[in-house]
Design a protein. Structure first.
Length: 279
């Protein structure tokens, strides 16, 4: 019995510290959201919490993430922050300039946009933003951008990190037209209760889905003032829609269990039964 328990413990450790952090899954999600244009679906590739340099997650894996995102033939690629690492056990710091060099290969019909995460700001917001700009990736912290996707104008609103930035939803929405579809991207989903109903969909990362799911209990430690409320996946509250990705890398400890690294492919269509969003 003792040998069996030791073998089981070794197997679980190998799973959590080696096998699962080295995985990468494509999570394909179809969402009907309010206020979205009719006609063809809009494809958004969402990546977050790259934490390049965390265990089992170097530049080779980043290139794999880029290939997987490109394979979805996205209209837009949105990066929800935390490209870099800080004090990850067993990790190796990778400069943001090298990360941006690999992200430059992202291929979307209508552009690649990003916001910064808390780890990016702890390193240097200016340095990470400059690196991304050099790769042709616009950082939209408290800024918005109008893009035309399949003949429809969409407003991409980027909001600064809830913990380490100075988030302003108002600034990010400044310039959006009345009734225009809005996708709001931010790093930390704790901002979501403050997002107005005029926003069709909010996208975030940061939580890593708890990074570890304990069977029959749920996510491990979720870095959120709301506990597991916004740990991962699609959340609808008061008719407002949020999607939180579990991300790619690891933070603090290089461990994942039942929460594989993911690239998310969102396919957005109009919700015909949703109430119109107030202006």
């Amino acid at each position: 019995m003792l040998l069996f328990l030791l073998a089981a413990a070794a197997g679980l450790a190998a799973w959590a510290f080696w096998w699962e952090p080295g995985r990468l899954v494509l999570n394909e999600i179809e969402l009907e959201v309010p206020g979205w244009p009719g006609g063809e679906e809009t494809r958004i590739a969402l990546i977050a919490d790259l934490h390049v340099g965390s265990p089992r997650n170097g530049r080779d894996n980043l290139r794999r993430v880029v290939r997987r995102a490109n394979e979805t033939l996205p209209d837009l690629v949105l990066i929800a922050g935390d490209l870099t690492i800080d004090n990850v056990v067993g990790g190796r710091f990778v400069p943001p300039e090298e990360i941006a060099e690999d992200l430059a290969a992202l291929d979307a019909r209508h552009g690649v946009y990003a916001v910064l995460g808390n780890h990016d700001r702890w390193l240097s917001a200016a340095r990470v933003e400059e690196a991304l700009a050099g790769a042709g990736i616009a950082v939209l912290d408290n800024r918005g951008r109008r893009v035309s996707v399949r003949g429809n104008d969409i407003w991409i609103a980027g909001v600064a990190d809830y913990w380490t930035g100075h988030p302003s939803i108002e600034d990010a929405l400044d310039g959006a037209r009345r009734g225009e579809p809005v996708v709001l991207v931010t790093h930390n989903p704790d901002l979501f209760p403050e997002v107005p109903a005029r926003v069709s969909l909010t996208l975030a990362g940061h939580t890593h889905g708890g990074q570890v799911i304990i069977p029959f209990v749920g996510p491990g430690i979720t870095p959120s003032r709301f506990g597991d409320r916004y740990a991962s996946g699609h959340v609808v509250e008061d008719g407002r829609h949020l999607f939180v990705t579990t991300g790619v890398g690891t933070s603090r400890l290089g461990v994942r269990f039942l929460v594989p690294p993911e690239v998310v492919s969102l396919k957005l269509t109009r919700c015909e039964t949703c109430e119109p969003s107030p202006e």
